[in-house]
Write a protein that binds this ligand. Structure first.
Ligand code: 5GP
Ligand code: MN
Length: 321
């Protein structure tokens, strides 16, 4: 990576940087969620209103839920044109840009808009301790004194709603509700966002959930529960890994759980680990495997055979439970 002087910028400075450009490339992180896509599309629409051309890129397929929202279908996975600025949206680590990490780090003018607080990798870094990156985009619109239309409002609500677990996670605060109220006033389709992200499931997903729950394992006097999804589970049901993101909730929701884990075999013998805690730092456990996240919600990647990976995780949790 080039050695550039990295700066922290405020939301209004980020807004000024964005408006001084003619063409902006926005990057959603790999395995995109509602916040990265909501913030990218929201920002793209806002920039278009002030005559700045913006295009969104992502090094992953956009999953079925996100594709229910029309503007998300225009996200590209190849970059060829010239841009004045590259923006990493909702992305705390450069590697989460996937194949775009290389062209991003070679570019001189880069801006991060994020709420994770990882290492700074852009020239300009607007990183806030907010519940969602969409809140930063909402404030960019405010700094530019732009009225948010109903389409942008729906996308900004998408990120706010999904990253707060429909206003239930402990990152939900006064600003989340205040922003939601304003987005509601601007015409956000809150019913559609809730239905798509929190209710709709396919028949194959229900079958996967049944299969995964039927083999839940418990450890340490029922203080830890673990679920696993193998690649053949997904292949047999014709599903991809994006459908597994909510499964860990079943493990942590059990009343005696202090730790809930769901491991998903992304590639043969490569497991994506999702951990959740109640009064227990799962971040510390994930750090041991080179991962990270928040105190009560964290993740990591572990290579190995299924039973070996499970044993490693169970042992690591055992040191601090
Ligand atoms: P999830 O379990 O929903 O995938 O992730 C929970 C939290 O942990 C998210 O904030 C996510 O950014 C973080 N996280 C998940 N996997 C990793 C990882 O491999 N490395 C790091 N640093 N953070 C992760
Ligand atoms: Mn986010």
């Amino acid at each position: 990576m080039k050695s550039i002087k990295k700066k922290t910028v405020t939301v209004s400075e980020a807004a000024q940087i964005l408006t001084s450009c003619k063409r902006v490339a926005l990057f959603a992180h790999k395995n995109p969620d509602g916040d990265t896509v909501g913030a990218c599309v929201g920002l793209k629409l806002i920039l278009q209103k002030i005559g700045v051309f913006a295009e969104i890129f992502c090094d992953s397929e956009i999953n079925g839920k996100l594709l229910r929202f029309e503007e998300a279908r225009a996200i590209k996975n190849k970059i060829d044109d010239k841009y004045d600025l590259m923006v990493a949206v909702d992305c705390g680590d450069l590697f989460r840009l996937g194949n775009f990490s290389g062209c991003y780090s070679d570019f001189d003018e880069t801006l991060t808009l994020d709420h994770h607080g990882g290492e700074y990798f852009s020239k300009y870094n607007c990183v806030k301790n907010y519940a969602s990156t969409c809140q930063i985009v909402f404030e960019v619109a405010d700094a530019l004194r732009l009225q948010i239309d109903e389409v942008s409002a729906t996308y900004l609500y998408m990120g706010l709603c999904t990253d707060t677990g429909n206003f239930a996670h402990n990152n939900t605060d006064y600003d989340s509700f205040s922003m939601a109220a304003q987005l509601f006033k601007y015409g956000a389709d809150i019913q559609k966002v809730y239905q798509v992200f929190f209710r709709d499931v396919t028949f194959a997903e229900i079958k996967l959930t049944a299969r995964v729950l039927s083999r839940v394992r418990s450890y340490y006097d029922n203080q830890m529960y673990l679920l696993y999804v193998t690649k053949s589970d997904l292949d047999e049901l014709g599903l991809d890994q994006s459908v597994t993101s909510g499964l860990v909730r079943y493990a942590i929701d059990i009343d005696t759980a202090k730790v809930g884990v769901c491991i998903v075999e992304y590639l043969p013998n490569t497991f994506k680990v999702s951990m959740r805690g109640k009064d227990f730092s799962v971040r510390n456990v994930c750090n041991e495997f080179g991962g990270g996240g928040h105190v009560l919600a964290a993740g990591c990647l572990i290579n190995g055979f299924l039973e070996d990976v499970i044993e490693k995780i169970v042992r690591a949790v055992g040191y601090s439970i």
